[in-house]
Design a protein around this ligand. Structure first.
Ligand code: ADP
Length: 398
């Protein structure tokens, strides 16, 4: 019996899912929160039940030990040996990683080094990788990068029109993110359409708290909205997305204390997007409620959000010179029929049209009208499964 665990570790949290492989059956999943803070919380979901423990969890190694001991205590595993593989989600792989990789010390150091590109994500991921290496040193350990799928982008798309030396000296370029998700939903979309992916032009919209749009041609990413870091592209929960870069020096001239990398990063990463405009919430459900109640700021936030999504989809119709399908996925894409309707309604000229009878809460598959030229789909993403499959692939190759 072989069990593989998918890990998505952040600076203070660790999300996990345990699979029976190769059956791809989810045995248990959970979330450890508030690592390094007081009153840490570990939640395990198993057999339709949920168990929660609150205790101090000082670091990632203790979090992983807790998770493994929970699995034993709940009789999910009899001993650590049953776990034969672990896969870690890493946001930034930079130019080092064009695909998933087996973990060794050099790989961990590279993940740490790339923290500059994903300051909210890579440091926590590295801690998670080290914790598993310490506790389960012998198992197949794999890192799966959000950026890997986008390494197929052509140079015209990934370079910024700034002096070459910034690319040459610091590798300032577009890397994108959410690649595992975009790749998975594009492959699933080809199945839904019953056509080989090699002949399809797709635009995949991963819209959750973080959001990115990707142009996928023949199964390969040819452009994506996130940039050097996950701050670029469309408007998000707390992130601004694309801006006129002159805004930064303009603000620094007026508020000199913003001339601090950490402070200015915070302004655009944590205080902007839906939250910044609505002054209410970064959560789309609250924004929709506010709009329905006639709140002006929430309405503006919602309308701006839809506007930015439409513009990116329009751009990518141009990049691809046509499109066969639009895919919606992640928290908002999978759950909000209203967002999907409003985005597609504004793109009717392209031959996109959503069928209100199909575009309902819980929809899965095609939601466009039968006659529409472009198929619009809802496809739930499953990054954890892709990670578990990658671990399996490396295990079988060894
Ligand atoms: P993350 O990027 O943190 O993984 P998710 O993919 O879980 O985020 O997406 C979270 C977003 O999904 C939140 O903005 C939340 O409001 C939104 N969401 C979840 N359910 C709904 C719904 N029924 N209607 C609108 N938005 C929803």
């Amino acid at each position: 019996m072989s069990k593989t665990i998918s890990i998505n570790a952040g600076s203070s949290s660790l999300k996990w899912q345990l699979y029976q492989m190769p059956e791809e059956k989810v045995i248990a999943k959970g979330l450890i929160e508030r690592i390094g803070l007081e009153n840490g919380i570990s939640t395990v979901k198993f057999n339709g039940e949920s168990e929660q423990i609150t205790t101090d969890i000082p670091d990632h190694t203790i979090a992983v030990k807790m998770l493994l001991d929970d699995l034993i205590h709940l009789n999910i595993i009899a001993s650590y040996d049953e776990i034969t593989g672990v896969g870690h989600r890493v946001v930034a792989g930079g130019e080092y990683f064009k695909e998933s990789a087996l973990v060794d010390e050099k790989v961990i150091e590279q993940v740490e080094e790339l923290s500059l590109l994903a300051p909210l994500h890579n440091p926590g991921a590295a801690l998670g990788i080290r914790a598993f290496k310490e506790l389960l040193p012998e198992i197949t350990s794999v890192v799966v990068f959000d950026t890997a799928f986008h390494t197929s982008m052509p140079e015209v798309a990934y370079r910024y029109p700034i002096a070459n030396r910034y690319y040459e000296d610091y590798k300032v370029r577009k890397y994108g993110a959410h690649g595992t998700s975009h790749q998975y939903v594009a492959q699933e979309a080809a199945k839904v359409l019953g056509r080989p992916i090699e002949e399809l032009k797709l635009i995949t919209c991963h819209i959750g708290n973080g959001a990115s749009i990707t142009a996928v041609k023949g199964g390969k990413s040819v452009d994506t909205s996130m940039g050097l870091t996950p701050l670029g592209g469309v408007m998000m929960g707390t992130r601004s997305g694309d801006l006129d870069p002159a805004i930064i020096p303009f603000l620094i001239d007026r508020e000199p204390e913003l001339a601090d990398a950490e402070k200015i990063r915070n302004v655009f990463n944590r205080e902007s997007g839906l939250l910044g405009i609505s002054e209410k919430s970064s959560d789309m459900r609250d924004i929709i409620e506010g709009k329905k109640a006639g709140e002006a700021k929430a309405s503006l936030a919602y309308d701006m959000y839809i506007d930015r999504l439409k513009k990116y989809i329009g751009q990518y119709v141009a990049v691809l010179n046509g499109v066969d399908g639009i895919v919606f996925t992640a928290g908002i894409g999978e759950n909000s029929d209203i967002v999907r309707r409003d985005v597609i309604e504004g793109l009717s000229w392209f031959g996109m049209d959503v069928d209100p009878e199909k575009n309902v809460f819980g929809a899965n598959g095609i939601i466009s009208t039968d006659g529409a030229k472009v198929k619009v789909m809802v496809i739930p993403t499953d990054e954890e499964l892709v990670i578990a499959r990658d671990v399996e692939r490396f295990k079988n190759a060894n």
